[in-house]
Design a binder for this molecule. Sequence first.
Ligand code: NAP
Length: 436
Amino acid sequence: MRHFAIVGSGPAGFYTAEALAKAYGDQARIDIIDKLPVPYGLIRFGVAPDHQSIKKVSMRYDKVAEQETVRFVGNVAIGDAVSVDELRGLYDAVVMATGAPNDRKLGIPGEDLSGVMGSAAFVGWYNGHPDFADLDPSFDTSDAVVIGAGNVALDVARILSKTRAEFDGADIVAHALEALMASAICDIHILARRGPHQIAMTPKELGELGHLEACAPNLDADDFPPAEADEALEDRGLAKSVGILRDYAENSAAKGKTVHFDFFARPVRIEGDGKAERVIVERTHIDETGRARGTGEMYEVPAGLVVSCIGYSSPQIEGIPYDHRGGKYLNVDGRIDDGLYAVGWARRGPSGTIGTNRPDGYQVAGEIEAAMPPGSGGDKAGGSGLDDLLEERDVHATDFDDWRKIEAAEEAAARDGAPREKFISTEEMLALLGHK
Ligand code: NAP
């Protein structure tokens, strides 16, 4: 019998568990461990609340968790309640699937002013992540700045600009919905340090911006290269995105709120009296290597709220070598050390779609299978050893049945048309289960 621990219950963790369960059948026991009492990681806390169809992928993960050989072990923080070394002592292989929940820093003056936050915090706040329930962003301002030209920047800009009716069917948490509905923000400035040909925004997500009820995109046609240059773009998805932007530049009509795209705009400083009031921006041009270079020309953008959407990093955990530049665990094709692996964003850094994690998880499961073929013996204690350790330390783990109880309570509390009203505190979830 082999025993495997997967640390993190987001997409990468579940695809790896699925692959291991298939490969080993009854010859392995798999524990999917999460620091929160509830599963799904990025699906629950990262994917936008108005993108419910994407969240449906969790139904596939349920089938994995319901298998006899797989357990969900929630409310157990690895690196805190239990160390990585202890876990490695208990299991034949440990797979880090922690994702990349921490914000990368901008590294500019003013970043610590009140009103400035990273997307992990802001997205976590409107998605009900217990760590960010108290963020309390202020919307008592006419202008917000969103830094970055990726899909997370689009998510944030869209959430800031939707009407109440447009949140019908979304599982945005009540505190966020009410705060957003009282928001005074009417101008949202997306700052992209490079140009339209260098965006990381995908067509479907960009297209949504053109169909908002009370908000329209605004772009300067002069920021674009000649239209013929689009044909030379090898990435056809990017060419499509650029086409959508061109259409917005030519045809967009004002609707009240506006999402302004500032290209060639690099934030150099955030200023304000105790809180963010403006972002000082340097115009850039792109050099021959494709990098943004400052031109020395500065301008300011008013901003009472600044959300940086410039990427994420994995948490540093004792016992795991860390790649500081990439913000992920040091690994070669997913292998960190004998019996220690990384998958998903913890392995590759924060890029790719949810589906990218499937081949990733299957490949690492394949490596584990090659290193310890199904049927080969092992003498590790596995899950029962973990249970003993948790009992000794008075840690109340949650299982998948507990999650089902939390899920049922969230569904029962949902406002009309919404799929659920999430608990926003771990204590509330544990109280429901009768844990301390
Ligand atoms: P991303 O796609 O890597 O975009 C990050 C953006 O931040 C880039 O435009 C980058 O510009 C910019 N940036 C980085 N450092 C910066 C700095 N110091 N100053 C100013 N700008 C900076 O990351 P993301 O938006 O966080 O998305 C992460 C992944 O999740 C992506 O694969 C994304 O597609 C995916 N995602 C998908 C969806 C969806 O499908 N609906 C939704 C959300 C996220 P440069 O290019 O110049 O470096």
